[in-house]
Design a protein around this ligand. Structure first.
Ligand code: PLP
Length: 432
């Protein structure tokens, strides 16, 4: 075992749990991004900006459950909403008023979602949105962006970011080539490449699915005009535009990237924040498209846990709290200030690194400013992982991969930021 960093000096309990876990749960984890080497810490509890592991170590958290915890862990208002729902039972298999209440709130921020349906994860949302786009257009092909991650289902697990990048199996065994042959890819920020692929497949192009800000390899931001041109191009070619706002929804602005960049997609997928930390996904969009979903139309989609009352209650509480406290301006300002401080450290150290991000997302690219997936792949991932381990050892939990975004929340305090910056200064490598 690699003891060099001292990472697991006081992680005996986590190590023990891992030894047991890996015999019964592949890799000891329920999702691959969690597989930290030599073993992950096993979380016992979390509160605000902090996580506490089974050995009693505390970490300032910048993963924030990979996005949902925009108000911090264990938020009292969300907890109250979930526990009030628990008193009434937590699964019915019938519709509830909660679904209407949450849908109305979502629509007030995402007017492009004239109708919507709830599912249980972001993956289910993109899977359903793609099926619906194909059903509506009666075409088969979709375009996704290289490095874009839309969950782990067959149609989109092609050159995907997030854990799929880290683990180096973009085309996973088990996915028939017959399925992925209908998933075409183009680099992000390259409108010519997009136009070319659409033109060549004109008669069979159902949709483009895109994370408007490419969150799963960074984030990497859209070049000026890119999203506007994409909107125009897709409309001109009768090809639906699906904005996957599972990360950006309620994060960049209340109305997500579509509000931030003022673009109206045909379909939108949401997840993460909109369930307040309970499992959720949403797909919505133009009424005439959504009306095709069963039972109104022939495109089938269903789920035992869809619209789960606790998820709906947690989502409503989250959205109401965010609105009442108008969290975005202050949080995004914190993000700006924190990115600036990180950039200053990088500059002081004369490192050839780039601090990227937007709103409450940030990343230190161990390389040049990227425009797309290929650029991000050039980053010095090995150095990033050494940095990650040192930071963890100093009580700061960053994503265990260069290809993930960091999240801040309203629960992060000035003290958290100060401590983190000191640790960054200490742990970033020296310029060569
Ligand atoms: N879409 C995007 C942009 C995501 O970042 C993710 C997950 O990280 C997904 C979809 C899949 O969501 P879930 O993990 O809830 O299935």
């Amino acid at each position: 075992k690699n003891n060099e960093t001292g990472f697991h000096a006081n992680h005996t309990q986590s190590e023990k749990l891992y030894d047991t876990a890996k015999k019964i749960i592949p890799g000891g984890v329920s999702s691959p991004v969690r597989a930290i080497k030599p073993f992950p810490f096993y979380t016992a509890s979390a509160n605000g900006s902090k996580m506490y592991d089974a050995d009693g170590n505390a970490f300032i958290d910048y993963c924030m459950a990979y996005g949902p915890a925009i108000l911090g862990h264990n938020h009292p208002v969300i907890k109250q909403a979930i526990s009030a729902q628990l008193d009434k039972g937590w699964l019915y298999g019938t519709p509830t008023e909660l679904e209407i209440d949450l849908a109305k709130r979502i629509q007030s921020y995402f007017p492009s979602a004239e109708m919507m349906r709830f599912v249980s994860s972001g993956s289910e949302a993109t899977m359903s949105a793609i099926r619906l786009a194909r059903g509506f257009t009666k075409k088969n092909k979709i375009i996704k962006i290289e490095g874009g991650f839309h969950g782990a289902h067959d149609a989109v697990l092609v050159k995907a970011g997030s854990g799929a990048t880290t683990h180096g199996e973009p085309n996973s065994p088990g996915i028939p080539a017959d399925v992925t042959k209908n998933t075409l890819q183009v680099p992000y920020n390259d409108i010519e490449a997009m136009a070319d692929v659409i033109e060549k497949n004109k008669n069979d192009m159902a949709a483009v699915i895109i994370e408007p800000v490419l969150g799963n390899i960074g984030p990497v931001l859209p070049k000026d005009g890119y999203l506007q041109e994409l909107r125009k191009l897709t409309a001109e070619n009768d090809c639906l535009l699906i904005f996957d706002e599972v990360i950006t929804g309620f994060r960049l602005a209340a109305g997500g990237a579509q509000e931030y960049y003022n673009i109206k997609p045909d379909l939108t997928t949401l997840g993460k924040i909109v369930g307040g930390g309970m499992p959720v996904g949403v797909f919505g969009g133009r009424k005439e498209i959504l009306e095709l979903i069963s039972p109104n139309g022939p495109v089938y989609q269903a789920g035992t846990f869809s619209g789960s009352p606790c998820s709906m209650a947690a989502g409503i509480a989250t959205l109401d709290y965010m609105k009442q406290n108008n969290i975005w301006a202050a949080l995004n300002k914190k993000g700006d200030a924190f990115r600036k401080s990180l950039s200053d450290i990088v500059a002081d150290k004369k490192l050839d690194y780039y601090v990227g991000g937007i709103a409450s997302l940030f990343v230190i690219f161990f390389g040049q400013k990227p425009a797309n997936y290929q650029d991000v792949l050039k980053c010095d991932s090995a150095s990033y992982m050494r940095f990650f381990e040192r930071m963890l050892n100093d009580g700061v939990f960053l994503p265990p991969s260069q290809f993930e975004t960091n999240f801040i929340s309203t629960a992060h305090t000035d003290e958290d930021y100060e401590k983190t910056l000191l640790a960054v200064e200490k742990n970033l490598p020296k310029a060569k």
